[in-house]
Design a protein around this ligand. Structure first.
Ligand SMILES: [Zn+2]
Length: 89
């Protein structure tokens, strides 16, 4: 199951820079991290981190709804990172 975790950083764009989604100033920057699940070739479940975004809470929520961060392209990138241990077991 995919997991999307959003939380407030408690800091504004003065600290983190503008919202990554809309590019505007935010008085309360939130961070969203997305963990995706996939099925390995042997049928077992695996996870990978799709990424972390900073911005308005509303922008992040919208981003998660409109774009599937767990798309095939993201998985392909993540798979490269885990090649050294993914099939070793
Ligand atoms: Zn925004």
């Amino acid at each position: 199951m995919n997991q999307i975790r959003t939380r407030s950083t408690g800091k504004s764009s003065d600290f983190y820079g503008h919202c990554e989604i809309c590019g505007k100033y935010a008085s309360d920057i939130h961070t969203m991290s997305v963990r995706c699940s996939y099925t390995r070739r042997d049928g077992t479940a695996g996870h990978y981190m799709a990424g972390t975004w900073f911005g308005h809470k509303d922008c992040l929520d919208q981003q998660a709804r409109l774009q599937n961060p767990c798309n095939e392209e993201a998985k392909a990138d993540a798979m490269v990172d885990r090649l050294d241990f993914g099939d070793a077991a």
